[in-house]
Design a protein around this ligand. Structure first.
Ligand SMILES: Cc1cc2nc3c(=O)[nH]c(=O)nc-3n(C[C@H](O)[C@H](O)[C@H](O)COP(=O)(O)OP(=O)(O)OC[C@H]3O[C@@H](n4cnc5c(N)ncnc54)[C@H](O)[C@@H]3O)c2cc1C
Length: 338
């Protein structure tokens, strides 16, 4: 029988380090543990929050329902050909441990996603991405338990409706499924993706002309460690906002007033770095009480120690307003606000 704890603090379970409580809390190691939680069979049923590493959540209030902490483990090869391999990982596996496992076997495809915090099960939620690669590039399928009737379904690539930091699980199917495993398709003769400027630069600096996926993973870790604040030292959830996508027309109009505004073409128009917009509004490194934007990264909101989720959310709203007022661009949060 799964142990249910009452009224526990979630401070150690979210990388912002926000001290809210959950009315009920259960750690699950198997699907049976999930199914045997009595509260999931009551009517009316309490609100459910599936929690991985808590690295993409801002808690604004105590959670009045049940938090289910995912501890499902296991990595297996489910299929292979001469050139490819399909790896199925349980959703409670730590994402970076899966990356390390694949790199150690020379299975290529996720090395650019090294060191992203969190669990495997949360990776499809927002189609995690970094350094020119997204989960969708290697995604094969996932299995998920319907939280209404506990039926297990398989979702293929199309059904997940991946987009930039998006999937169907963040929208139409929000809070309806527990993702219990993810299968990715990797290459035995990896194609190296070193197109991202900084990776290229560091490879050159080290004199590596023919990098392997281990080199890429190591360099990505090096860049991330030097650039991103460590949540163990200062509470944060990585990029708080998504990079907005605007039309080419709006971009060209804005360029007349802001010739230095960066922008990158994609299939929806022009993606503008949110960090540039926020910095241009004077927010970089500003501290307001216990919260603020990071000194080096305007896009990363931080908890200096005792911030309430509501304070961080209020700061986010102010940033959104300044960017809207100055550029007429709407910023959307990447972090899930609960
Ligand atoms: C320092 C730092 C750097 C980061 N860098 C990046 C980056 O480069 N790229 C990037 O994409 N992200 C980045 N992130 C964000 C974060 O690491 C990812 O979004 C990660 O996938 C979140 O995993 P998690 O297990 O912590 O999810 P959580 O924060 O626990 O959950 C996130 C959401 O997913 C839901 N969820 C979690 N697990 C499941 C499941 N098994 N089934 C159903 N729903 C589930 C939760 O209910 C919640 O809505 C960064 C975060 C930090 C702190």
């Amino acid at each position: 029988m799964t142990e249910i704890k009452q009224d526990i603090s979630l401070k150690q379970y979210n990388t912002f380090g926000i001290d809210v409580s959950a009315s009920q809390f259960a750690e699950i190691k198997t699907i049976e543990d999930l199914v045997s939680i009595p509260a999931l069979k009551t009517s009316p049923r309490p609100d459910i929050l599936i929690l991985g590493g808590g690295s993409n959540i801002l808690f604004v209030n105590d959670f009045k329902g049940i938090v289910i902490k995912n501890c499902l483990k296991g990595i297996e090869t489910v299929k292979e050909t001469e050139t490819e391999v399909w790896i199925k990982a349980a959703s409670g596996e730590i994402w970076n441990e899966l990356v390390e496992y694949c790199v150690s076997k020379n299975y290529g495809g996720i090395e650019n996603l090294s060191l992203i915090p969190g669990t495997v099960g949360a990776a499809p939620m927002q189609n995690i991405g970094a350094y020119g690669v997204e989960l969708k590039d290697v995604f094969d399928s996932l299995e998920a338990v319907n939280l209404k009737d506990f039926d297990i379904s398989t979702f293929n690539f199309e059904q997940c409706r991946f987009g930039y930091r998006e999937s169907i699980f963040k929208h139409q199917l929000k809070d309806q499924f527990f993702i219990n495993s993810v299968t990715i398709r990797l290459h035995k003769f990896p194609k190296i993706n070193s197109s991202y400027g900084q990776i290229h630069h560091l490879l050159n600096k080290e004199g590596i002309t023919n990098p392997n996926i281990g080199d890429i993973s190591r360099i990505v870790c090096q860049i991330r460690r030097s650039k991103l604040p460590d949540p163990a030292i200062i509470g944060n959830a990585g990029s708080f906002f998504k990079n907005p996508e605007i039309t080419e027309h709006q971009y060209n109009e804005l360029k007349k007033s802001y010739p230095e505004m960066p922008g990158y073409h994609n299939d929806k128009g022009i993606k503008v770095p949110a960090a540039w917009l926020i910095e241009s509004c004077g927010w970089k490194g500003r501290r307001i009480g216990e919260t603020g934007t990071h000194l080096e990264h305007a896009l990363v909101l931080v908890n200096y120690g005792h911030a309430k989720g509501a304070e961080i959310k209020a700061l986010a709203s102010e940033i959104i307003k300044s960017v809207k007022d100055k550029f007429d661009i709407e910023l959307n949060t990447e972090v899930n606000i609960v």
